[in-house]
Design a protein around this ligand. Structure first.
Ligand SMILES: *Cc1c(COP(=O)(O)O)cnc(C)c1O
Length: 587
C-alpha cells in the first residue's frame, strides 16, 4: 500500500510539499516499549512528541529492537546483571505490507516496518516506522539484526546501521513518502546518505558520483551530533567496512574524506553529506567546532517534552493557576507568580508518590521531610556517580547539619562497561556503610522512563557532576526544572545556559581534580543548599517558582522543534539589507 502524505497527516499546518524523515537508532516511544537506552532515545521521543504537537509533517525511522536494551538487576552486593526485554511489536504497532532489501556482505536482507502512530495534542499524527529483519526469508543471523539495541560488536553494529540508514531510505520510498529533509539524529544513521547517493545515480556505479550528485544529497540532509569527545564517535575499520559495505562504496567514502586515522567515522560521513549540522548545547557547539574545524556547526539546545515529564500534581496545579501553559509553554514564564502554597503542595504530593513507589519496590520507607537529592543517569565513568563519596565524613557532616539527608541513585551500566559496573558496586557498598538515621542512600534498580519521571519530579534537588566537557547537553535536569526542582551541577552541557545561581539552582565550581570538585560539591551543599532548605518553605517555594519559570519555559522540545524548523528544516532567509525606505513611501 502506498501512503500519500494526506493519509499520513490529519492536519496540513505546514505549507510544504514533502516531509521531514527523522532517523534515530533509539527512540523512547512508549514507556512499555524497550526501544531506547537513555538520553539520546528520550530526546528523540520528546522531539517527535513535540513535532506531533506542533503539527509538523514528519515521519521517523528506527529499529524494532525486539529484545530491547536490557532489564537491570542489582544484587545486595552491588553487582549488576542484565536480562533481555523481549517484546512484541504487534502489541503496539501495525505491520506495513511493504518490504525492502539491503545488501550486507554478500547477502540480501529483507526488511519490513512496524508503524506506531504518535498523536499530538491537536490530533496531528507523526508515524514512527520500526524496521524489522525478523522474517522467514532471512537467515538466522539476519533475523536477529534488529534485536539488540547497542548489543554485539562493531560487526553487528555496522550491519544494523545499514538496516537503519539504507533500509530506512528505501522503506520511505516503498511507503510512497515524498521526503525533502533527512534528519540524522547522531551518526548511527549516517549511511542513509549512501542510499541517497545511490538513488541519485539510478543504479550507476558509485565510483562515478560527481560533485553535483553529492550536492544533491547534501541539499536534503541535516545532522545533529551528540558526542563531545573523539572516542565517542561511531567508527569502523577499513577491513570491516570493505567486508560489510563492499569495496566500491568504501572507496567512495574514503575519497570523500569520511575516514579519519584509518577508520570510517560516522560523524565525518554525516557532516560531509549534510547541508546543516548542529550540536545540542552552546558549549557542545564550541567543542564540536574545535573537533571538526572544517565544518560550520550550529547549536540548538536540547529540551524535554513538557507534558511527558511534568508530574500529575504539578500539571493539575498549573491547570488551575496557569491554564495557558497547555497551549504554549512560553506561558510557564508566568510561573513566577504562582501561589507559593500551591507549588509547595504539588511538589509534596510528587515527593509522596516517589516515597510510596520506593517503599513498594524496595521496602525502604523514606522520610518525606528530609532533604532529598536525586542522581540518576547512564553509568558512564565520566558522570562520576561516586563523587559524593570522595570524602564520606563530609557527607555525614552535611546530613547531620540538614537534620536528615536522603540520596537516591539509579542508572544502568552498558553490559560491556566493567568500570561502570564497578561504580555501581562502589555506590551500593558506600550506601550500606554510611546509612544511618540521618543519612539514607539507596541505589534503585532499572532506571528507565517511569523511574526517571518519578525521581525528577519527586526529589528536592537534582545533582549532576560530570567531568567537563563530556556532557554534551544532559536533559534530566530539564525534567527536574519543569517540576520546579532546582539543579546542583557542574557547569557543563545545558547547565551553562540554565544556571542562575540561587535562582534556578547552583553551580559546582570547576576544579582541577576530582578531589577539588568533590570539595566544591560538599561546600555548595553545606553553604547554600542545606541552609536554604532549613530556612523554611517560603524561600524554597520562591526557588521552585523561578526554576520552573526561567528554565521550564525554555528547556522544552516545543521551543527546540521550532528552532529546528527555522534553522535546519526550512531555514529562514533574511533580507541582505533592510527594505529601502524610499520604496515604502513612494507615493
Ligand atoms: C532523561 C533520561 C536520560 C537522560 O538524562 P541525562 O541528564 O542526559 O543523563 C537518561 N535515561 C533516562 C531513563 C531518562 O529518562
Amino acid at each position: 500500500m502506498h501512503l500519500a502524505s494526506s493519509e499520513l497527516f490529519s492536519s496540513d499546518s505546514f505549507p510544504v510539499s514533502g516531509v521531514v524523515a527523522y532517523f534515530s537508532m533509539e527512540i523512547a516511544i512508549h514507556p512499555s516499549m524497550p526501544t531506547y537506552s537513555g538520553g539520546l532515545g528520550v530526546l528523540a521521543g520528546d522531539t517527535l512528541r513535540s513535532a506531533a504537537d506542533e503539527g509538523l509533517p514528519l515521519v521517523a525511522f528506527t529499529l524494532a529492537h525486539r529484545k530491547g536494551y536490557f532489564q537491570q538487576h542489582i544484587d545486595p552486593a552491588g553487582n549488576q546483571t542484565e536480562e533481555v526485554q523481549p517484546w512484541n511489536p504487534s502489541d503496539f504497532c501495525q505491520e506495513e505490507s511493504a518490504r525492502i532489501t539491503v545488501a550486507i556482505e554478500d547477502r540480501i536482507v529483507t526488511v519490513r516496518a512496524w508503524r506506531y502512530d504518535l498523536v499530538g495534542r491537536t490530533g496531528h499524527v507523526v508515524p514512527i516506522f520500526l524496521l524489522d529483519s525478523d522474517l522467514e526469508e532471512n537467515s538466522g543471523w539476519d533475523r536477529g539484526l534488529t534485536d539488540h539495541l547497542y548489543g554485539g560488536d562493531t560487526n553487528y553494529r555496522l550491519q544494523q546501521e545499514i538496516v537503519l540508514g539504507m533500509g530506512g531510505v528505501r522503506m520511505a520510498g516503498a511507503l510512497g513518502l515524498h521526503v525533502n529533509v533527512y534528519h540524522m539524529n547522531e551518526g548511527h544513521a549516517a549511511l542513509l546518505t549512501l542510499a541517497l547517493l545511490e538513488s541519485q545515480l539510478c543504479g550507476g556505479p558509485i565510483g562515478a558520483a560527481t560533485q553535483s550528485d553529492i550536492e544533491q544529497v547534501r541539499s536534503k540532509c541535516i545532522f545533529t551530533t551528540h558526542t563531545p569527545v573523539p572516542a565517542g564517535h561511531d567508527r569502523f575499520s577499513t577491513e570491516e567496512t570493505i567486508r560489510i559495505l563492499g569495496r566500491d562504496r568504501t572507496a567512495r567514502l574514503e575519497r570523500h574524506g569520511c575516514f579519519h586515522e584509518g577508520l570510517l567515522n560516522m560523524t565525518l560521513l554525516a557532516l560531509r553529506f549534510s547541508r546543516y549540522a548542529n550540536a545540542v548545547a552552546m558549549q557542545h557547539g564550541n567543542v564540536s567546532r574545535e573537533m571538526f574545524p572544517e565544518f560550520a556547526i550550529d547549536t540548538i539546545t536540547n529540551g524535554v517534552h513538557a507534558p511527558t515529564w511534568v508530574s500529575e500534581p504539578i500539571q493539575r496545579m498549573l491547570d488551575e493557576h496557569l491554564p495557558a501553559w497547555r497551549r504554549d509553554y512560553l506561558y510557564l514564564r508566568n510561573a513566577i507568580a504562582l501561589p507559593q502554597q500551591a507549588i509547595l503542595a504539588a511538589h509534596a504530593r510528587a515527593k509522596d508518590d516517589l516515597v510510596a513507589e520506593i517503599a513498594t519496590r524496595t521496602g525502604h520507607v523514606l522520610n518525606p521531610r528530609f532533604l532529598t537529592l536525586g542522581f540518576a543517569r547512564r553509568v558512564a565513568t565520566y558522570k562520576r556517580a561516586n563523587l559524593l563519596f570522595h570524602t564520606p565524613e563530609r557527607l555525614v557532616e552535611i546530613a547531620e547539619a540538614a537534620g536528615g539527608l536522603q540520596i537516591l541513585y539509579a542508572g544502568k551500566a552498558h553490559p560491556h562497561d566493567e568500570p561502570g559496573k564497578a561504580l555501581i558496586h562502589q555506590v551500593v557498598e558506600e550506601a550500606a556503610r554510611l546509612s544511618s538515621d540521618k543519612l539514607k542512600i539507596l541505589y534503585l534498580e532499572n532506571y528507565d522512563w517511569s523511574l526517571g519521571a518519578l525521581l525528577t519530579a519527586g526529589v528536592d534537588v537534582w545533582v549532576n557532576n560530570p567531568r567537563r566537557p563530556y556532557e554534551a547537553s544532559g536533559t534530566s535536569g530539564m525534567k527536574a526544572a519543569l517540576n520546579g526542582v532546582p539543579s546542583l551541577s557542574i557547569l557543563d552541557g545545558w547547565w551553562i545556559e540554565g544556571c542562575i545561581e540561587g535562582v534556578t539552582g547552583w553551580a559546582i565550581e570547576d576544579g582541577d581534580s576530582d578531589a577539588a570538585e568533590a570539595e566544591a560539591l560538599y561546600s555548595k551543599l553545606q553553604s547554600a543548599v542545606v541552609p536554604l532548605y532549613l530556612e523554611g518553605p517560603e524561600k524554597w517555594a520562591q526557588l521552585m517558582r523561578t526554576t520552573l519559570a526561567f528554565n521550564g519555559a525554555y528547556f522544552n522540545t516545543d521551543r527546540m522543534v521550532r528552532q529546528y524548523i527555522r534553522n535546519a528544516y526550512y531555514p529562514v532567509r533574511l533580507l541582505e539589507r533592510a527594505p529601502v525606505r524610499e520604496e515604502v513611501f513612494a507615493d
